[in-house]
Ligand binder design. Structure first.
Ligand code: ZN
Ligand code: MN
Length: 133
C-alpha cells in the first residue's frame, strides 16, 4: 500500500480496506459493489466513505473512473492504457489487454494533437449467450 501513501493519501483503516479490495481487482466494481464487499469486514463503513475515497483516488490518478456502464460509474485500479468490453446483458466488464491503436485520419484531427484513446466495446458475454439460447 506504499504506492498510495506516497501520493499523500490519508490512510485510515477504512480507506485501507477499500484499497485492499481494489488492489488487483479485475471486476471493475461500482461504488455499490465496493461498499457491499468492504462492509462485511467493516460493518460501520458508510457509503460516503467509499464514495469519498474513490473520489480522492481518482483525483490522484490512482483509479480510473469508467463511464462505459450507463447505469453506474465503475472503477478500475488498473490505470494502464487499455480498452474495455462490456456485456449489455449483465454489465460485466472485461479488459482488452492487447493495445491496438486506431488512428484518427490526419484530416479529421481538427488540428488537435491526439494523445490517447479509450475504446468501449459492447457485446454479449458467454453466460448471457447461454441464457439466451
Ligand atoms: Zn453477460
Ligand atoms: Mn480495466
Amino acid at each position: 500500500m506504499k504506492k498510495y501513501r506516497d501520493k499523500g493519501l490519508k490512510l485510515t483503516p477504512q480507506r485501507l480496506a477499500i484499497l485492499e479490495y481494489l488492489d488487483g481487482n479485475k471486476s471493475h466494481p461500482s461504488a455499490e459493489d465496493i461498499y457491499a464487499a468492504v462492509r462485511q469486514k467493516y460493518p460501520t463503513m458508510s457509503f460516503a466513505t467509499v464514495y469519498n475515497t474513490l473520489e480522492a483516488l481518482q483525483k490522484k490518478g490512482k483509479v480510473l473512473e469508467l463511464t462505459i456502464d450507463n447505469e453506474r460509474r465503475r472503477y478500475d485500479p488498473d490505470i494502464s492504457n487499455h480498452h474495455h468490453l462490456i456485456c449489455t446483458g449483465c454489465r460485466k466488464i472485461v479488459d482488452i489487454d492487447d493495445i491496438f491503436t486506431i488512428a484518427v485520419p490526419e484530416d479529421q484531427q481538427c488540428s488537435f494533437e491526439v494523445t490517447g484513446n479509450h475504446i468501449e466495446f459492447y457485446g454479449t458475454c458467454p453466460d448471457c449467450k447461454r441464457k439466451e439460447a
